[in-house]
Write a protein that binds this ligand. Structure first.
Ligand code: PMP
Length: 368
């Protein structure tokens, strides 16, 4: 018998669990992980090379531990795009927003503490909670995937969690959470504990509405989490960030590893931020394509959740896994999140979306 994971003294709460894993299959059209389908433009690639070359000359030294230049530029981006002024002291950056979330849970969660999310939502919130020893509470959501404010407020009042997650636009369903709902949850969280409220805005650049960033004013326990993985088309870069009261930025530094953001990462992110205008033009194209997917899927008779993200949740299927396989058989990889009846497709290039729509049309034809 070979030695396996079960033979190791892994922590009890990790036993029998699976790691996060969207399939990485080699198929012609991959629309399963909400990536931006557009490669970085060549002038940006050149600029990255330049900046990384300069950084390489100093790789014998540790990077700027506080990532001051990068955080300053991220603050400028947030200020320019939200109209709400934030500065270096409000912004913190890490290796993807997953690491931002991990640092928040290491700081405000941990053994003996709990976090709540309203599910279905981004599954990593619960998984990172588990990894940090934080108890996870699955909060309710309506059938149409909106948050039932009364039920959510009650869940917070009952569970008194230390951290409340609100994902807007939500993943995997795509719908945005109205600001009034977030405010009601914040009030409930303050009354219950008071707890931290983390608004995960990974997809907010694709939204019809605005970022909730201005809400951090006067709300020191509200955190806005963002990423360069989606709108900036830089999932491979691994750069996430948060905006909050400066006290939150001070607090997460208690758990961050020293020099957690490599000099190469900082240089690459800074280059990308110099090309914000070009990258945001791709976002506009993706929003148009996302809206086209919504209307064409509806025209084909599917139920589609209103989307403010770069992906669309559609159904209903008697057997969503079988439907996922049929679409895959036609060369298109979408996402089965295990939500019975539903599948999720990320907006790709117009050609990729055409291939996807042809695949679902063909699947429908076969069924009728
Ligand atoms: N939040 C949400 C809602 C996401 O969907 C994702 C990525 N799928 C992330 C955070 C993490 O993104 P990253 O670590 O690439 O910034």
């Amino acid at each position: 018998m070979s030695f396996g994971i079960d033979d190791l003294p892994v922590r009890d709460e990790l036993r029998g669990k699976s790691p996060y894993g969207a399939p990485q299959l080699d198929v012609p059209v991959r629309l399963n992980t909400n990536e931006n389908p557009y490669p970085l433009p060549e002038p940006l690639v050149e600029r990255i090379a330049e900046r990384v070359r300069a950084a390489a000359r100093d790789l014998n030294r540790y990077p700027d531990r506080d990532a001051v230049e990068l955080r300053t530029q991220l603050a400028k981006y947030l200020t320019d795009t939200s109209g709400h002024e934030v500065g270096l002291a409000n912004v913190w950056a890490a290796n993807g927003s997953n690491e931002v979330i991990q640092q928040l849970l290491q700081t405000f969660g941990g053994p003996g503490r709990t976090a709540i999310g309203f599910e279905p939502s981004y599954s990593m919130h619960g998984l990172i909670a588990r990894g940090t020893g934080t108890g996870w509470i699955s909060g309710p959501r309506n059938e149409d995937f909106t948050i039932d404010v009364e039920a959510a407020v009650r869940a917070i009042a009952d569970a008194k969690p230390d951290v409340v997650f609100v994902t807007t636009p939500n993943n995997p369903t795509g719908n945005a959470v109205p600001p009034e709902t977030v405010l009601a949850l914040y009030e409930a969280a303050q009354a219950a504990k008071p707890s931290m409220v983390v608004v995960d805005e990974a997809y907010v650049e694709f939204s019809h509405g605005d970022s909730l960033l201005p809400l951090i004013e006067g709300r020191p326990q509200l955190v806005i989490s963002r990423t360069m993985s989606k709108a900036f088309g830089a999932a491979g870069l691994r750069l996430g960030y948060l905006a909050a009261h400066p006290a939150v930025v001070d607090a997460v530094q208690l758990v961050r590893l020293p020099y957690h953001l490599s000099a190469v990462t900082q240089a690459t992110a800074l280059a990308a931020l110099e090309h914000t205008d070009t990258l945001l033009k791709y976002v506009e194209q993706l929003k148009t394509e996302r809206d086209r997917l919504v209307s064409e899927l509806r025209a084909l008779g599917f139920q589609v959740v209103e989307s403010d993200a770069n992906f669309v949740q559609f159904g209903l299927f008697d057997d969503s896994h079988a439907a996922w396989q049929k679409i895959l058989d036609r060369g298109v990889l979408v996402r089965d999140n295990g939500i019975p009846g539903w599948l999720r497709v990320s907006a790709g290039t117009p050609e990729e979306n055409d291939a996807f729509l042809d695949a679902v049309r063909d699947m429908k034809k076969e069924q009728s």
